[in-house]
Design a protein around this ligand. Structure first.
Ligand code: FEO
Length: 169
């Protein structure tokens, strides 16, 4: 595998674990603020991010490329109200989309078609994640400022369950 592409994938493993850690922070915030549905939502999201990292590890291993694990940064986010984590998540997913696109571009430059195929799933996944994260901010603005609306939104988010990724490496 092209060395730069392998390096970027290694860096992305760390970013995905950071995403898991960030969403865990959001889940903890909601749990402490008695919004169990929101907490559940981000706990499931944490699991999904861990899966993203694991898929990248498996992909590198299948291609006999070295896997380098690095320190996962502490999430430094200011959470002052119920909406803040939703905005943090929406901004974070846009940032991750940029990272995935950057790896895709490196793979394209290196004519690494196998990695491009692998990343196709992540490109689609990012479109979904951005849409969902933006959608939650919009839903909060529409319903979340009313106590009854917030209660119902919390119930809706409580229903989210974890599903293993559809991608196999
Ligand atoms: Fe791993 Fe939320 O993208």
């Amino acid at each position: 595998m092209d060395q730069k592409v392998a390096e970027l994938l290694n860096q992305q493993i760390n970013k995905e674990f950071y995403s898991a850690y960030l969403y865990l922070e959001l889940s903890v915030y909601y749990e402490e603020n008695d919004l169990d549905g929101f907490a559940n939502w981000y706990m499931v999201q944490t699991q999904e991010e861990r899966d993203h990292a694991m898929l990248m590890i498996q992909y590198l291993q299948k291609n006999s490329a070295p896997v380098t694990l690095d320190t996962v940064e502490k999430p430094e986010v200011k959470l002052g109200n119920v909406k803040d984590p939703l905005v943090v998540a929406a901004q974070h997913e846009k940032y991750v989309t940029g990272l995935i696109n950057n790896i895709y571009d490196a793979a394209y430059q290196a004519k690494d078609f196998r990695t491009m195929q692998f990343l196709d799933w992540f490109v689609k996944e990012q479109a979904e994640e951005e849409k969902t994260a933006d959608g939650l901010v919009k839903k909060y603005d529409l319903f979340g400022t009313d106590p009854k609306g917030l209660y119902l939104l919390d119930q809706e988010l409580a229903a989210r369950t974890y599903a293993a990724p559809t991608l196999t490496v």
